[in-house]
Design a protein around this ligand. Structure first.
Ligand SMILES: Nc1ncnc2c1ncn2[C@@H]1O[C@H](COP(=O)(O)OP(=O)(O)OP(=O)(O)O)[C@@H](O)[C@H]1O
Ligand SMILES: [Mg+2]
Length: 452
């Protein structure tokens, strides 16, 4: 996780930087917008930019848009200056942080934009086989594909492989192909030359060059459009890339790790994904089984998440009741480990003051109103037990409600929600854009980011 701090604010932002540093982020500091743009163009990318509201936030946001540089921006200002906060958000900042910084707030924001754990916990043999395979494949330089349903731990696995590879002391640069608007993805990957398009006022280094010598992690590669797939194939085959608007190819030495939570072979059959690219990427494959197929992991991970979130929130570590454990073990976990993590995060917060984590605190909803054993579980509470009468409502209204409820259940994680809804991330994104245009506020999910 790399943080770029822009501006001074009498040392307050620097303080925020120190907190971020202590949390394991790499922090760089520049004084003004021009210097920030220089840093971002030069391949010293950032996952998050923190900017002093006293600077022209709008100018930075607009410059980045013009130059097709995609990065999250958080504005910081002294105390709760509402006007400045509103102005910064309107200008395109994702968040506003009042200064002096609150360590917990900084931690929460860093957490929201990054998840850098390479620590894979497992107890189940099905997972053990995959981790052992990963250890074996990690030192090779061959491209690698990690497949598995949403939330099974593909990104954690990618980090695990990078840290066990020969490139461990080099960077791992990540890019989520689904989270980046299509028209920005090419620049983001390959960079561009001055004059390549109207806003390209200077050369910009893309992720391929940034990752040179290290690992490039392309998340959700199935979301890439066919033209970029062709360009990516060339980059892999020739080990060189062309910056957008560039005239000569540039040699790059990277190892590629890609993920997909769609069945790529199926996508190949349906002509949505190039077959030649598929075979180039899929030299080595690691498949993460869904959580429901590794029951021993459910207990272990549940324990781990309860401890983690209790410690983070400075509340006592409560035991999970027998009943709650049964429910956890019998639930289907369509959102896999991420859903389990979110469920227990919520449960830890809801159980404050209780003796144990009860079934009530899990708030799990099953579509049939039945437990996964097939019998109605009398003890399981459902968020929406009464079946509302749908007659008289329009399809689009019911669809909107379904989409928003599912998103809320997934703590606004788009990828996870799309999987549960059975629609593509792009379709979901288009629907959400429609709702936003209608004036509905949609919170950001965890995965709307680029990591590195
Ligand atoms: N084996 C594991 N041990 C500890 N934490 C895990 C494990 N697997 C997954 N997690 C946690 O679960 C969450 C989801 O994992 P991750 O982001 O790697 O999944 P993913 O397969 O990339 O999901 P998506 O398809 O939605 O991108 C993360 O917060 C991660 O830290
Ligand atoms: Mg992922």
């Amino acid at each position: 996780m790399r943080l770029l701090i822009v501006g001074g604010l009498d040392g307050f932002i620097a303080n925020a930087g120190k907190i971020a540093l202590a949390k394991g982020a790499k922090v760089a500091h520049v004084n003004n917008i021009e210097a920030a743009l220089l840093a971002l163009r030069s391949g010293q990318g950032a996952d998050l930019v923190m900017i002093d509201v006293a600077l022209n936030v709008k100018e930075l946001v607009q410059s980045l848009e013009r130059e097709r540089i995609y990065v999250s921006i958080v504005a910081c200002g002294i105390k709760n200056d509402t006007d400045a906060a509103v102005k910064a958000i309107k200008a395109g900042a994702k968040e506003y942080i009042p200064l002096p910084p609150d360590p917990e707030l900084i931690a929460a924001i860093l957490q929201a934009v990054c998840n850098e754990s390479s620590n894979i916990l497992f107890a189940d043999d099905k997972m053990k086989v995959q981790v052992q395979l990963a250890e074996k494949l990690a030192p090779s330089d061959a491209n690698l594909m990690i497949t598995g349903e949403s939330g099974t731990g593909k990104e954690v696995m990618a980090r695990f492989i990078h840290t066990h590879s020969k490139r461990a002391d080099q960077k791992m640069v990540s890019l989520n192909c689904a989270a980046i608007p299509e028209n920005l993805l090419e620049s983001e990957l390959f960079g561009h030359e001055k004059g390549a398009f109207t806003g390209a006022i200077a050369r910009r280094i893309g992720k391929f060059e940034e990752a040179n010598g290290g690992t490039l992690f392309l998340d959700e590669i199935s979301e890439m459009d066919p033209r970029l797939q062709a360009k990516l194939l060339r980059a892999i085959q020739e080990r060189e890339i062309d910056r957008v608007g560039g005239t000569k190819p540039i040699k790059v030495n990277i190892r590629l790790i890609a993920t997909s939570n769609r069945n790529l072979l199926e996508e190949v059959k349906n002509k949505n994904f190039r077959e030649d690219l598929y075979f180039r990427l899929n030299v080595l494959n690691i498949h993460l089984p869904p959580l429901r197929e590794r029951p021993k992991d459910i207990d272990l991970l549940s324990q781990y998440f309860v401890h983690k979130f209790a410690d983070e929130n400075m509340v006592p570590r409560l035991p999970i009741s027998e009943e709650a454990r049964n429910v956890l073990n019998n639930y289907q976990w369509p959102g896999n480990v991420r859903e389990l993590e979110n469920t227990l995060h919520r449960a830890v917060l809801l159980s404050q003051g209780d003796k144990e984590i009860s079934v009530d605190a899990l708030k799990l909803v099953t579509q049939t109103g039945q437990s996964t054993t097939g019998q109605t579980n009398q003890n399981q509470k459902y968020d929406d037990a009464n079946n509302p009468n749908l007659v008289g409502r329009t399809v689009s209204a019911v669809e909107k409600e379904l989409i928003l409820n599912t998103l809320e259940h997934c703590l606004w994680n788009r990828t996870h929600a799309a999987t549960i809804l059975g629609i593509s991330i792009r379709t979901l994104r288009n629907k959400l854009k429609l709702y936003t245009d209608e004036g509905t506020q949609i919170p950001q999910g965890k995965e709307q980011r680029i990591t590195g």
